[in-house]
Design a protein around this ligand. Structure first.
Ligand code: FAD
Length: 385
């Protein structure tokens, strides 16, 4: 059985896959096209399934220490009325942890820590992956080639590797929403850890961090590639009548720290997560809308499952078949659920439908809401030994 791997992409999925493969004794090289490790991005929430995967990778404790438990908050209307209250304590009782909020840059740093610096090839872009023998794949990075027993394509939603392996697949499509995000410059006084507010065609949310700062995101249903001359001013205009602390969060963020991306998803599911000696993982395999906060959590599940399957099976082929069988149904079901959740949020525009949804949410007992969340969070990782 082979034991060398090249991971294409040094995002959350790629780094986690590299840690998992290292833990089962493989030699791993991660190829990342970004020239520097700036870890741009706002914040991220990690649910129990993602945290359990991180535990299995040996970094769960460090991530928890750097995170803040999301105990209080919930979903609101723009006027400030509560549709649901989040019960982090009930979630903790049910799955051992509340959802945790962490800056992406911190998560990236903690995922890089267990890897040797030489294992990371920064500023190298993978152009192609080819099969060069029955058990070998070759990764071409332009200035060099790397041969390995396994290639893990963790190159994100725009995955070139996926495009080459599945030339007939339509690839990612625009979800209908664009998202602006930021992290406040300093600590802000927040009454809750997490909030999500739904208006017509717009959503605003925040996640509090353990240093008192907070990340916020504003989702707008607009045509793809809509851009604003002055994004912070545009957001202040659109959200000025929304409840506290929304205007205050916008005011507490430096204009140059506001990021703007269109949200895409892989709406047509892939027929397989493996081709020959290549395994697709994370957004490359199943990019989903962010409505359930599960994209990175699913990538972490992929990473642990791939390593465990390769460790358990006698051949790489059998390990890859097991990875595909274990990961494809679950991650594609979560992607479908995320899309569905998006339809019930800011995308719902008919006033009657909005009124019905709001009433249903207000009447749903928090125990039932917790049970619905658990469908995705209550995942038990395979053991890496
Ligand atoms: P990426 O993070 O996209 O990493 C891919 C990496 O590959 C990049 O570093 C890229 O530079 C590199 N790369 C690409 N092509 C090449 C190449 N040819 N050669 C070398 N390197 C290459 N998920 C959650 O679990 N919780 C949340 O709260 C959450 N919030 C979200 C909010 C928003 C607005 C969005 C859009 C997503 C959110 N997600 C969340 C989803 C999550 O961000 C993604 O699912 C996750 O980051 C995917 O990780 P990845 O490693 O698969 O891909």
């Amino acid at each position: 059985m082979g034991n060398t791997a090249v991971v294409v992409g040094g995002g959350i999925g790629g780094l986690a896959a590299a840690i998992g493969l290292r833990r089962i004794g493989w030699e791993v090289t991660v190829v990342e096209r970004a020239p520097t490790l700036q870890d741009a991005g706002a914040g991220i929430s990690l649910a129990a399934n993602g945290l359990r995967a991180l535990d299995e990778l040996g970094v769960g404790e460090a991530v928890r220490e750097a995170s803040r438990g999301q105990y209080s908050g919930g979903t609101r209307t723009p006027q400030g009325g509560w549709l649901t209250r989040m019960d982090g304590t009930a979630l903790e009782k049910a799955v051992g942890t509340p959802i945790m909020g962490i800056p992406r840059s911190t998560l990236h740093r903690l995922l890089r820590a267990p890897l040797r610096a030489e294992a990371l090839l920064i500023g190298s872009e993978v152009c192609s992956v080819e099969r060069v023998g029955p058990g070998t794949a070759r990764v071409d990075c332009g200035d060099r080639t790397l041969d390995a027993d396994l290639v893990v394509a963790a190159d994100g939603i725009g995955s070139k590797v996926r495009g080459r392996l599945f030339p007939d697949h339509p690839g990612p499509v625009y979800s209908g929403s664009t998202v602006l995000r930021g992290i406040t410059e300093k600590a802000v006084g927040l009454r809750t850890d997490f909030e999500l507010t739904w208006g017509h065609g717009a959503e605003f949310g925040h996640i509090a961090f353990n240093d008192g700062r907070a990340e916020w995101h504003a989702v707008l249903d607009l045509p793809a590639r809509t851009r604003f001359a002055d994004p912070p001013a545009e957001l202040r205009r659109r959200f000025r009548d929304w409840h506290d602390p929304i205007p205050a969060l916008l005011d507490a963020t430096r204009p140059e720290d506001v990021l703007h991306h269109d949200v895409h998803e892989l709406r047509t599911p892939l027929p397989s997560y493996t081709v020959g000696r290549t395994a697709l993982l994370g957004d490359a395999a199943h990019a989903m809308t962010p409505n359930l906060g599960q994209g990175a959590c699913q990538a972490l599940e992929d990473a642990v499952t791939l390593a465990a399957a390769l460790a358990a099976e006698p051949t790489v082929e059998a390990g890859l078949a097991r990875y595909d069988a274990e990961r494809r149904p679950r991650s594609q079901a979560v992607a479908r659920a995320a899309r569905q959740a998006g339809r019930m949020g800011q995308r719902l525009s008919h006033p009657v439908a909005v009124a019905l949804r709001n009433t249903a949410m207000r009447l749903t007992p928090s125990r039932l809401a917790t049970r619905m969340i658990l469908r995705h969070h209550a995942w038990v990782p395979p053991q890496l030994g």
